[in-house]
Design a protein around this ligand. Structure first.
Ligand code: ARG
Length: 356
């Protein structure tokens, strides 16, 4: 068969001692309507035709559900008249922490405070990007006090992740509940909790583009209930289209043509409230179709049962705040390593008298 020459395919041949592997990188340049430019790279396949995935070590901040309860209702899932089994909640949450740690991730813990029953949803407390922290400013008075606790933790501990720059939040934002961080851009949800002003605040703080997406389903009131970042190096995401306004749905379709589309069943089973390290996806149990879709896309889905915490309107991602260290720290480490290698090479060259 004779193929037409194509300019949108880059073909890599990699010679190893075992075989000749070839990768086809399909680069599509998109010109979406709206102010966003985008170049989308589709998934790289490995030698047996499966997408190549790799795990990146993560740093998470979590808070035990010691005082978890449903005593008020600020979202449609919360029924203050229902029963909460706190012992089971602690057991389920602890299993999540163990799973993260056993896959190599670092988990730091925030001290729970009596009278703050939603503190377990640590993702809502702060957004840390490149070591810079924007603490939350909660929409509901019941959770207001949590913000200062997160802020204090980051002020105290920022030094350990090369951060410490903490900016006071002016506009209402519920942190990673509504901010999804990609390789260079950030997706911001609005409509129920986080405001558009907060999107601008995070953009100013991080110097990154924040793409605003409007949420329309009250049961999926945070972005992290409607959309999950699966691979933050290649910007691969999963989302439930009906959770978004028509305009935002169109934008998502244009920006992420290779996204996994979740069903209503997945979304209402909190399936998109998943956490991914690029390979392992910690996905709420019950979202079976999404689980299978993730496996077919080359990820390793790990089912997590947080049935008690779902009663408060949150699951895996809600419980997990990701700390993204400063780029400068990792870059300068990289530069130092490269520099050292350079020095060593120069030294060796001088010693052996070789020249390059
Ligand atoms: N009861 C909590 C609230 O309504 C649930 C928070 C869910 N968190 C999340 N990241 N989606 O605020």
């Amino acid at each position: 068969m004779v193929c037409q020459p194509r300019k949108d395919l880059v073909i890599y041949f990699v010679k190893t001692q075992y075989s000749l592997l070839s990768f086809v990188d399909h680069t599509i340049s998109l010109a979406p309507s709206g102010p966003y430019s985008s170049s989308v790279t589709s998934t790289v396949l490995n030698h047996v035709g499966h997408p190549a995935r790799r795990a990146m070590l993560r740093h998470y901040l979590m808070c035990p559900p010691t005082y978890f309860d449903v005593v008020y209702s600020i979202n449609p899932w919360m029924d203050p008249g229902g029963h909460v089994d706190r012992v089971l909640a602690v057991r389920q949450w602890s299993a999540l922490v163990d799973t993260y740690r056993s896959t190599g991730h670092r988990v730091d813990l925030l001290e729970p405070v009596p009278g703050l029953p939603d503190m377990v949803y640590a993702a809502n407390g702060a957004t840390v990007v490149d070591g810079r922290t924007l603490p939350a400013r909660f929409a509901n008075p019941q959770r207001e006090a949590e913000a200062a606790i997160h802020e204090a933790w980051h002020r105290r501990n920022g030094i350990f992740y090369g951060g410490g720059e903490v900016h006071p939040a002016v506009a209402v934002n519920e942190a990673e509940g509504d901010f999804a961080v990609l390789s260079s851009r950030i997706l911001g949800g609005y409509g129920f909790r986080t405001t558009l002003e907060a999107h601008r605040e995070l953009a100013t703080l991080t110097g990154r583009e924040v793409i605003s997406l409007e949420l329309v389903d009250p049961r999926l009131f945070h972005l992290d209930l409607a959309l999950a970042v699966l691979d933050d190096e290649r910007d691969h995401i999963a989302y439930y289209p009906d959770a978004f306004s028509e305009r935002s749905r169109r934008l998502l379709g244009e920006l992420f043509p290779d996204a996994l589309l979740a069903s209503e069943l997945d979304a209402y089973a909190f399936g998109l409230n998943a956490v991914s390290d690029g390979l392992h996806v910690f996905v709420p149990a019950g979202a079976r179709p999404l689980h299978d879709g993730l496996a077919a896309a080359g990820y390793w889905p790990i089912s997590i049962d947080l049935s008690e915490l779902i009663k408060g309107g949150g699951s895996v991602k809600c419980c997990t705040q990701q700390i993204r260290p400063t780029r400068r720290a990792s870059e300068s480490r990289l530069q130092r390593d490269v520099g050292e290698e350079h020095q060593t090479r120069r030294h060796q060259i001088r010693r052996t008298g070789a020249s390059s």
